[in-house]
Design a protein around this ligand. Sequence first.
Ligand code: NAD
Ligand code: UD1
Length: 337
Amino acid sequence: MKILVTGGAGYIGSHTCLDLLQNGHETVVVDNLCNASRESLKRVEELSGKSIRFYEADLRDAAALDQIFAKERPEAVIHFAGLKSVPESVAKPLLYYDNNINGTLQLFQCMQKYGVYRFVFSSSATVYGAPKTVPIQEDFPLSVTNPYGRTKLMIEDMLRDLAVADPKFDIVLLRYFNPIGADISGRIGEDPNGIPNNLVPYITQVIVGKREYVRVYGNDYPTPDGTGVRDYIHVTDLAQGHTKAIEYMQQHHGLHVFNLGTGIGYSVLDVIHAFEQVIGREIPYRTMERRPGDIATCYADPSLAEKEMGWKARFGIAEMCADAYRWQSMNPDGYGA
Ligand code: NAD
Ligand code: UD1
């Protein structure tokens, strides 16, 4: 199938393009490169031996998007493009509403105009807020606490409305838990701007000596070792979930929601120790105050995705850490090297 991938040059998008190409699909990428490099897709082309048509464009540029749809006539859209930093969204909410909401609206309008009715959306476990119990199932109540999360929930709501108004739309909402790791080649991976917000890129930068020590945010949570527990999922498994979703939509109509996680929770200290196993030495860390907005424990019940789409995460924490470390050590300055 010919698939338009918005934000395809980014972290999850580039891994998904690789998986799509390896499974015989054709990919067209639209990305404004605000948080990505053209280099990622060149490497995906090398790894897959296939070519990607790339358009450097902003989704909010209606004329540019219209031209791309007119020329490419995609059969489905996977929508990654968006800004994703929680603290930045708190500081600049209008930027997040403009980029994430307006960009998505332009996309829907083009899809309707050109009769493209298959859509896969990058949602997040953040839409579950602070869950009352774990593991989290797809029908748990939804709530959000910051503008980034609100853009995800608003887009989910728009899609639910669209599915009711226009039954021609087939929609899969994928709620990601915590994507980490990198392609096993070490050629593509996560390349955060500046100081990483997320735990794993921070740890890998400590390992290669770019940062002094890991800051562990809080050791007094109601968890086995007091540090926050999350469901880390290998980005390659996550990428495969998108290919499965595209295939699923060919047989199943309407709107479907799936958690993409492993179903296993690891604490911050578990993750640090898993990296220590990979590198064979201790990683310096210091315990700090809790980070505002963090919850104690979050992990998925991923069984619906397995039952419906036949998708299940294959990689464990050791492989996630080994692959994240390989990417960081082969590319100490990310794609900028
Ligand atoms: P990323 O920043 O690496 O990728 C997003 C891509 O979108 C970037 O390449 C960026 O240049 C592009 N982009 C942003 N705004 C755009 C616009 N207006 N027009 C065109 N391109 C634009 O992020 P990622 O980690 O790959 O995340 C992909 C998606 O998954 C995002 O929507 C994110 O919110 C969602 N998500 C990510 C995580 C995570 O932990 N990484 C978790 C849950 C959900
Ligand atoms: C964060 C976002 C979430 C987003 C996800 C992926 C918040 C509140 N949530 O999730 O919306 O979808 O990233 O981009 O920002 N930690 C440390 N030290 C660090 C960094 C993190 O101890 O330097 C801890 C955190 O307290 C948490 C765990 O590590 O317990 C994971 O944190 P992180 O990688 O930032 O992901 P989330 O907070 O789960």
